[in-house]
Design a protein around this ligand. Structure first.
Ligand SMILES: Nc1ncnc2c1ncn2[C@@H]1O[C@H](COP(=O)(O)OP(=O)(O)O)[C@@H](O)[C@H]1O
Ligand SMILES: [Mg+2]
Length: 479
């Protein structure tokens, strides 16, 4: 892609943002190239780097490049052992086919003039005196004015009761006919609006068979999201669960076990991407993740031993996902070695960049980044050319101070987006964000850093407590 010439933009509004979300990732060319391959080839990916350099962004963007799910997964009631529901996988084609069959099962729709006279009469269309056809909603014949059908007894103990019952309008009429093989066949006529549905014996049998098919719960619909984030890192969130039923799944008053099955993130990510931020924080759960990746299916069981769900087990629930995980360099040692080798064995490990050389081209990338942030925010104005340069100067200062890199621009862009927002909030009255707004925002942000650093002792500690990781400082180092 070609970037507009740096010297030739007045504000970031002019900068065209690529549609491909991977191309919106700034300064991580190697990672983006590999992410593209990983998405296409369904390879796992371990993204290593400090906070705010685009790990989540890359993972999410990969989902844009993978195919939509092709399989729908359901759990089915198992009549002979309800606590062992079955799994059923249906492809898009199968679902389409079954839908067509279902449509056919709804019977043939005909006009009142196409059915035998006595059927039209009973269904309320035909006048039993003059034979004229009219709307089934009209009680009196519009042609001869006489009562087409009765609406039932008018007073309690009406002497005409048998007569009134006989001439009541029916919703459904059963008849029989002799088929080609000499056997008697049932035909049902049903009123539907101002038309009639006809169902013959074979159709009725098919409907009966369809009714007897095991009831199902779709746990992974076809149109599910192909990007799943596992955040809480709890066993149930990752591996699924069977909900509790106060009636213990009692057949009469309880909720049947198959209805209480809940898929985990590993299942929801079937045919898609499972993104795990801070892989090491999964701790012992990594072991289950490894098994799931090896087997590509994983049972769903009730995980609370006190719950009525504990006795329920669904075998073979598919979980063929692509794992994209993020980790801090210092946390690598907390990743289960076989899991890491599994990821690398069938995928890639990439260390993200934390800065890029300060060149005109890269300054233009910062401009693109600024344009993206303005759009993402939706409430702040664009930056003019000078404001972008001021932002780049701050990016340069940060690369030097945080990464000790001279003549570079930082890629810790989450922090930089904070500056843009701060500047934007002060500039909302104006049409654009100007140099002064950026400078002021930088100063304010610095003041905030100083305040935090006074409070917590050092800047990185402040960062720790902010991300909720204060408990294990020895594992982290954001520098
Ligand atoms: N390389 C990048 N290119 C463009 N924007 C970025 C980049 N890195 C971070 N950002 C901005 O910062 C935000 C946070 O980045 P994120 O991907 O969550 O970082 P990480 O997952 O590495 O902590 C993103 O939503 C985006 O606005
Ligand atoms: Mg992240």
């Amino acid at each position: 892609m070609r970037y507009a010439n740096v010297k030739h933009f007045k504000t970031t509004k002019e900068i065209k943002i690529p549609e491909d979300p991977l191309m919106q990732v700034i300064g991580q060319d190697k990672a983006v190239k590999i992410a593209r391959i990983a998405a296409k080839q369904k390879r796992n990916l371990l993204l290593i780097g400090p906070p705010g350099v685009g790990k989540s962004l890359i993972a999410q963007a990969m989902a844009f490049h993978i195919e939509k799910p092709k399989e729908e997964v359901s759990v089915l009631h198992n009549p002979s052992n309800p606590e062992r529901p079955f799994v059923e996988i249906r492809t898009r084609e199968q679902i389409e086919k079954e839908k067509k069959i279902k449509e056919k099962l709804s019977g043939k729709i005909v006009e009142p003039s196409e059915v035998p006279a006595f059927v039209a009469e009973k269904l309320g269309f035909r006048c039993r005196f003059c034979g004229a056809l009219s709307s089934s909603q009209e009680e009196f014949c519009p042609k001869c004015g006489r009562e087409k059908f009765t609406t039932g007894p008018r007073t309690a103990g009406d002497l005409l009761l048998p007569y009134l019952e006989e001439h009541k309008r029916k919703d459904k009429v059963y008849t029989t006919k002799v088929g080609p093989d000499g056997k008697e066949e049932v035909i049902v006529y049903k009123r539907r609006g101002e038309k009639i549905v006809v169902m013959d014996q074979t159709l009725l049998e098919k409907i009966e068979r369809a009714k007897n098919r095991a009831p199902r719960k779709i746990i992974l619909p076809l149109n599910r999201n192909n990007f799943v984030i596992a955040t809480g890192a709890s066993e149930t969130e990752l591996l699924g669960d069977v909900r509790h039923d106060p009636y213990g799944g009692n057949a009469q008053i309880g909720v049947l076990p198959y209805k209480r099955v809940v898929p985990g993130a590993i299942h929801e990510a079937h045919e898609g991407i499972l993104f795990i931020d801070e892989l090491s924080s999964l701790e012992y759960i990594q072991r289950y993740l490894l098994t799931a990746m090896q087997e590509k299916k994983y049972p769903i069981i009730g995980r609370n031993p006190q719950s009525a769900g504990a006795s329920v087990r669904v075998e073979g629930v598919p979980c063929d996902f692509t794992l994209v995980a993020a980790a801090n360099v210092n946390d690598l040692k907390y990743i289960l070695p076989p899991l890491r080798s599994r990821m690398v064995g069938n995928g890639y490990e990439i260390v993200l960049e934390t800065y890029m050389p300060d060149t005109e081209e890269n300054r233009m990338k910062i401009a693109q980044f600024a344009a993206q942030e303005v759009l993402k925010d939706g409430k702040i104005p664009h930056l003019n050319y000078e404001a972008v340069q001021a932002l780049c100067d701050e990016a340069k200062r940060r690369a030097r101070e945080i990464d000790g890199a001279p003549n570079a621009l930082t890629l810790r862009l989450r922090d930089l987006s904070g500056i843009i927002r701060l500047a934007g909030d002060q500039a909302t009255e104006k049409k654009v964000i100007e140099k002064e707004d950026i400078k002021k925002a930088v100063k304010d942000a610095k003041n905030a850093e100083e305040q935090l650093s006074n409070k917590y002792g050092s800047m990185w500690r402040a960062g720790m407590s902010d991300s909720g990781n204060a408990k294990r400082p020895e594992q982290r180092d954001i520098r």
